[in-house]
Ligand binder design. Sequence first.
Ligand SMILES: [Zn+2]
Length: 103
Amino acid sequence: MGYDTVFSSRLVTGRKNYQCACCLQQIAKNERHLYQAQVCDGELLAFRMHSDCRDWEVFLNQQNGLYYDDYTPLHEHVANGGLGVLEQAPEAVRQRFVKMLKA
Ligand SMILES: [Zn+2]
């Protein structure tokens, strides 16, 4: 997921449950979240994400200088770097991973 190909990004209210592309946790029905559509290799892709997850994911990628093909989803940052990469993340974001890692 790079930045260059995003052509639609908006906050929406889900009419059903979705999966967050950043943390892979559930986005509950009626929860406000970020909807992004982008073209990747000529294919239309749509992602739904907790907006605070997305913010932190972008931050981590910027910190690591990852762009375009190297762009790494938040859950992979955590898989590679452990919960430490979330040390300064918003509490809500950290809790999603703490919950998942305990499960
Ligand atoms: Zn999330």
